[in-house]
Design a protein around this ligand. Structure first.
Ligand code: GDP
Length: 298
């Protein structure tokens, strides 16, 4: 069994198993389709999308009902493999990657996983501790930098996050580092402040690296379900997100949120967090994901 299959086991045995038994066989009655819709809603697919999926699946007379749902779920996801590789828009300069998201979603851990992965692919990485609002966030990022033996730029708690990013880009430029991954603050209750802060970081990047196009990766915790989707909408409207990382999929039995994210936000899910260890980050592949949900062995 693949690691992805193991991670989505609770969803596969849970809502997907239920869908498959409700829609088993050729003749599925109205009550079973209703129950299938409820099952999708309970798996965080969301009510509107669940209704649409069932209507679309029922129209697929050529397929058995269970297969029709699986096909419609896969069709929702943006097609193909999406390989994320931070590419500098300005040749010879570091590519800035801003990682945003609410505290506790797994942002810091994900930064470490991403940095480890990029390094494994031969890139050099520098971390920037731009969540200066919480001393603990700086300490945590430092601890990861030490463990992974990565350079880090950090200022004192309360410092200007823009200044941290500026210094990090300077340091990366001077050392010929390929990628700067910046941790950013994740308090959402003050949307205005957050927007201002992230917008300011973007301006600082534009000043230091004119013409660069930072990657903005949003970290979403799968266990927060539709609430997480709401957070994502706010972040995307405020700062513009280029891709999503869904964490803690292994701790959730409601993997339906992944479909809701792509359908609602029209943003690609780039990685899945499937555990707490450094290599528990899977590039998102729609076919592999749907297969892991529907098939017991691969
Ligand atoms: P931050 O506050 O957003 O920076 O979150 P942290 O990186 O500190 O992570 C919060 C908790 O979630 C930690 O205990 C992490 O080990 C855990 N975590 C992060 N990603 C995953 C994941 O993909 N799966 C699981 N099971 N736990 C995760």
């Amino acid at each position: 069994m693949s690691r992805l299959q193991a991670a989505v086991g609770p969803s596969r045995r849970g809502f997907v198993g239920r869908l498959r038994s409700l829609l088993a066989g050729g003749a599925v009655d109205e009550a079973a389709w209703d129950a299938a819709e409820e099952t999708l809603i309970a798996a965080d697919v969301g009510p509107a999308l669940a209704a649409r999926l069932v209507v679309a699946a029922r129209r697929r007379g050529e397929l058995a009902p269970g297969e029709a749902i699986r096909t419609e779920l896969l069709a929702l996801l943006l097609p193909g493999d999406r390989v994320w590789r931070p590419m500098p828009a300005v040749a010879g300069q570091p590519q800035p990657v801003l990682v945003i998201g609410v505290n506790g979603t797994g942002k810091t851990t994900t930064i470490a996983k991403l940095a480890g992965r990029l390094r494994g692919e031969g890139a050099t990485v520098l971390l920037a501790a731009a969540d200066t609002f919480r001393a603990a966030a700086i300490d945590q990022l430092r601890a990861w930098a030490e463990r992974l033996e990565l350079p880090i730029v950090a200022h004192a708690p309360g410092a200007d996050p823009g200044a941290v990013v500026f210094d990090a880009l300077d340091a990366a430029s001077a050392r010929g580092v390929d990628v700067v991954i910046a941790d950013t603050a994740g308090r959402l209750h003050t949307k205005r402040d957050l927007m201002d802060e992230l917008a300011k970081i973007r301006r600082v990047i534009e000043r230091r690296l004119p013409g660069s196009r930072p990657d903005v990766l949003l970290v979403l915790d799968a266990t927060t379900g539709q609430n997480g989707l709401h957070q994502a909408r706010v972040f995307h409207e405020s700062v513009g997100v280029s891709g999503i990382i869904v964490t803690k999929l292994d701790s959730s039995s409601r993997a339906g949120i992944v479909f809701a994210i792509e359908d609602e936000l029209h943003l690609p899910v780039l990685f899945l967090g499937i555990g707490e260890a450094i290599d528990d980050l899977e590039p998102f592949d729609p076919d592999a994901f749907v297969a892991a949900l529907f098939e017991d062995r691969g």
